[in-house]
Design a protein around this ligand. Structure first.
Ligand code: HEM
Length: 387
């Protein structure tokens, strides 16, 4: 795509009278994501069509709040965003995340204990999914018995979210997710615990509190974002290493390289393939291209992360590559809140797997792998291996 240009015109999926654009190189991607004066995540007031209202047309009037249908930080900018993010960000500081390391390690070890005697497992089902969902659920105080449902709904939503008109099939999962979370909050109100949901219910910053809608939207966002992408990093990351045996050998011979390798796996083929949409708040020229007020833009993370102006041999996976930036966690005010947690989970997941089952091999033909490629994410439905 970059050979066509750094700003590529595409049909607008929401409104045929308006233009849409894909941003393909690193500098322009950074500029768009960092510039929240000229670009916004919230198209209200900029154009007739509204991405989220459009989705709501597929849902019935009793649809509950979720991160997508309610009031979440993902879809607001400015002071509203700052306020929502501030209320939860204290729980996600790198220092606090480091304290979770021993528990994440224990979960990783317990998952491998369950399969190690068998000499075979499905990386997705047995390791990549249960690890992050258990970590975020423990942080939030979600009962063990409910985690499978949350995972199923989140996965359906991730696969259905697109750029423009939404797939009505995600309505069922959004409904179930929102209703479940409402109920969970009610239970926590009656029986508060030592968990993040109980804290979010009472948290106050300078007299400010989350409204009911914001609370449910926040919790569904943390559950959804807190496991879906990290699972994909672990599963697709394992696949990429199996696809690059020399790189896998490097890593096995020096497990201290794993944090560097995690950044490279995120750059090379991370779970977020694009970030957006953003909407132009005014007429703008990007790279000689006129972008009109209200036009949609999608940042192609996967393309920007392979920008040959920024990375030497970008299409090569190199677990020793020292990277000073990539776009896998986005950029600007919406940059991933959970990046410190995702990095720790990735580090522990790969280190533990390569230490305990170093002779791992793919147990399916490469071209029989079951991929789900959506506009903004990619995932494997299963990854059978032997060891
Ligand atoms: C935002 C990627 C893990 C919570 C984002 C964004 C990206 C991203 C690209 C920006 C979206 C945008 O600008 O529109 C990833 C990847 C992960 C990961 C690749 C794993 C490898 C996590 C985890 C959490 C989390 C573990 C924990 C709760 C969030 C939240 C936001 C976000 C709350 C919204 C931030 C805001 O709007 O200010 N993530 N994420 N993510 N992520 Fe993550």
């Amino acid at each position: 795509l970059r050979s066509i240009g750094s700003v590529v015109s595409v049909p607008n999926p929401m409104d045929s009278n308006k233009q849409a654009w894909m941003i393909t190189d690193m500098d322009e991607a950074m500029n768009v994501l960092k510039d929240n004066k000229r670009f916004t995540v919230d198209p209200k007031g900029l154009e007739d069509n509204n991405l989220r209202e459009d989705l709501a047309n597929n849902l019935d009037s009793s649809t509950p709040d979720t991160f997508f249908t309610g009031n979440s930080m993902l879809f607001v900018d400015g002071v509203d965003h700052k306020r929502l993010r501030k209320l939860v960000s204290r729980a996600f500081t790198p220092k606090y995340m480091e304290e979770l390391r021993p528990r994440v390690q224990q979960i990783a070890d317990e998952l491998l204990d369950q399969v190690i005697e068998e000499g075979a497992m499905d990386i997705v089902k047995d390791y990549a999914y249960p690890l992050p969902i258990n970590v975020i659920s423990e942080m939030l105080g979600v009962p063990t018995s409910d985690r499978k449902d949350l995972q199923t709904w989140s996965s359906a939503i991730a696969k259905g979210l697109g750029w423009g008109r939404q797939d009505p099939s995600i309505a069922y999962s959004l409904n179930s997710f929102g209703n479940y979370t409402k109920q969970l909050v009610e239970e926590k109100r009656k029986n508060p615990g030592n968990d993040l949901i109980s804290q979010l219910i009472i948290i106050e910053e300078e007299g400010d509190r989350l409204s009911e809608s914001e609370l449910i939207s926040m919790i569904t966002l943390l559950i959804f974002a807190g496991h879906e992408t990290t699972s994909n990093l672990i599963a697709t990351g394992t696949m990429m290493l199996l696809d690059h045996p020399k790189q896998l050998e490097h890593l096995k011979s020096d497990l201290g390289l794993v944090p560097t390798a995690v950044e490279e796996l995120l750059r090379f083929n991370g779970p977020s393939t694009s970030v957006g949409p953003r909407f132009a708040k005014e007429d703008i020229i990007i790279n000689n291209q006129k972008i009109n007020k209200g036009d949609m833009l999608l940042v192609l993370v996967k393309s920007a992360n392979r920008d040959e102006q920024k990375f030497y041999q970008p299409d090569e996976l190199n677990v020793m590559r020292e990277i000073d930036r990539h776009l896998a966690f986005g950029q600007g005010i919406h940059m991933c809140l959970g990046a410190p947690l995702a990095r720790i989970e990735g580090d522990i997941a790969f280190t533990t797997m390569l230490r305990r089952i170093p002779n791992i091999e793919l147990n399916v033909k490469r071209d029989e792998l079951d991929w789900d490629i959506a506009l903004s994410s990619q995932s494997l439905n299963s990854l059978p291996v032997t060891f």
